[in-house]
Design a protein around this ligand. Structure first.
Ligand code: ATP
Ligand code: MG
Length: 466
């Protein structure tokens, strides 16, 4: 387990003493008794420094404050700063309405139809400003939930002590007040961060029914922060996991990116499997994982590789991991097809990848701009087996060569592709044209079979009299 950095620990210990000295406010996580006054942790008693926040976020906070509005940072950025993990995106919460925010910033755009948010832009930096909202259960409206308890309406402005209860986890519900640099804690979030616990605010079953994506968020934060998912949440996930299949496929694609492209993909994958959620996201993959330990090793290697790339700021594309996840199901389907019809291995893989990506898209709406190159990348795999001749050499020029090569290298790393051939493909990339031609045993480019330049044959044309 990751230890809290020393300053963080000092702040939290100091806060513990202050909190004990404060009158108890009857904090209750069951959702029945909700304190309307927060524990306020003064600047001297916590470790969250303004240095952790971007200049843009601070500009927005100060301008709102100077105009007389309440102005807080909330959510992941406060949590991460408290843990000594440098936050990257900043969410501002305020009692100013979106139109009032817009009036304050010329560089502001209002987005969202159902619930309007303000985006204040500084170059490439965007600070999201949200007006306090009331939680669905605070709205005196029976129609705010559907028959399964899912939130269908939560578009009512509120106050900070309403806004807090609609948030998902206690660790995500801390507010940093720019007026005096204090932290407002309504839910016991500081203590849960100290304990490294993922705890849902209110009744876990109800909160997961309201929005089943919170199950994935619990796993994501547990992996990213190295936290333990509280037993109450684990139980609720066990009970409510089937509801995840009702979440719109488009929303699951966004969540898929956050789960697997944030630098903690391997841990996330293990936790998703542990809580039996992976099978709901990638059913065909999950079935293969149970049957084939080699495939599991390959998937893990790919996830580790993705994490390494993210950590060293290299680009990652979702098509690569989706290709990895679908690789075994595709190979099986392709082999079955070849047994019935006469076709090349590449062709059968391309067709199987098409079928499986359609099937997968019903769960997770992977855009075609990723499934199309993914198919090409998989269909190129058999071509790495052939290392002689012009067609083999031409593979180096293919627009998907790079991705297909990385994929093949990964297979070879886990012993699922011939190591010598993998080395051949690595070596030829650094060779001169002449060396390359020799490696593939073809005549050097521009030379005839005997090393002579061939004259282009004259084609007979109409009117040539031939
Ligand atoms: P990170 O930026 O590391 O992904 P985050 O906590 O900032 O973490 P966001 O998705 O940016 O996560 O959301 C910002 C905040 O909005 C959260 O901290 C949480 O308070 C609230 N929130 C986001 N999604 C939900 C949800 N599905 N249900 C309830 N509250 C949510
Ligand atoms: Mg965030």
């Amino acid at each position: 387990m990751q230890a809290l950095p020393a300053p963080a620990l000092r702040g939290l210990l100091l806060y513990g003493r202050i909190a004990n000295a404060q009158a108890e406010i009857g904090l209750n996580n069951s959702g029945t008794k909700k304190p309307s006054t927060p524990k306020i942790i003064p600047r001297a008693a916590h470790n969250v420094s303004r240095d952790e926040f971007s200049k843009s976020a601070l500009k927005v906070l100060y301008r709102l404050h100077k105009a007389g509005y309440q102005s807080f940072l909330v959510g992941g950025c406060v949590r991460d700063a408290m843990l000594g993990m440098h936050p990257k995106d900043f969410d501002v919460a305020t009692n100013a309405t979106p139109d009032e925010v817009k009036a304050l910033f010329s560089n502001c755009r209002l987005i969202g139809r159902r619930f309007r948010l303000a985006h204040v832009r500084f170059g490439r930096d965007i600070v999201e400003v949200a007006t306090f909202r009331a939680a669905a259960n605070h709205v005196d409206d029976d129609h705010a939930h559907d028959e399964e308890g899912r939130i269908v309406r939560d578009n009512v402005y509120g106050t900070i002590d309403e806004d807090v209860w609609r948030r998902d986890f206690t660790c995500n519900s801390l507010y940093y007040n720019i007026a005096d640099f204090s932290i407002w804690d309504y839910t016991g979030g500081v203590e849960d961060i100290k304990q490294r616990h993922i705890v849902l605010i209110g009744d876990p079953d109800k909160r997961l029914r309201e929005d089943p994506v919170r199950m994935l968020r619990a796993v994501r934060f547990a992996a990213k922060l190295d936290f333990t998912i509280d037993e109450t949440v684990v139980q609720a996930i066990r009970q409510d996991r089937p509801l995840l299949s009702r979440v719109p496929a488009a929303r699951l694609f966004d969540e898929f990116l956050k789960l697997f492209q944030s630098g903690h993909a391997e841990k996330t994958f293990e936790l998703l499997r542990e809580h039996d959620l992976f099978s709901l996201l990638f059913p065909a993959t999950d079935q293969e994982l149970d049957e084939d330990s080699e495939f599991l090793a390959f998937v893990r290697a790919a996830l580790r590789n993705t994490d390494r790339r993210v950590c060293s700021d290299k680009s990652v594309t979702p098509m690569f991991l989706i290709g990895v996840f679908l690789w075994n199901p595709v190979r099986k389907l392709a082999a079955g097809r070849r047994a019935r019809e006469k076709m090349s291995e590449s062709q059968s893989i391309s067709l199987a990848a098409y079928e499986l990506s359609l099937q997968q898209q019903r769960r997770i709406a992977i855009p075609r701009r990723f499934t199309v190159p993914m198919r090409e990348m998989l269909a190129l795999q058999p071509r790495f087996m052939v290392v002689r001749g012009k067609r083999a050499m031409n593979l180096l020029q293919h627009r998907r060569f790079r991705a297909a090569y990385d994929f093949m290298m990964l297979l070879s790393e886990v012993g699922q592709f011939d190591r010598e051939k993998a080395k051949f493909w690595s070596d030829v990339q650094n060779q001169s044209r002449e060396q390359r031609a020799a490696s593939f045993q073809v005549a050097p480019a521009g030379k005839g079979r005997q090393g002579r330049r061939r004259r282009p044959r004259r084609r007979s044309r109409k009117g040539d009299g031939k």
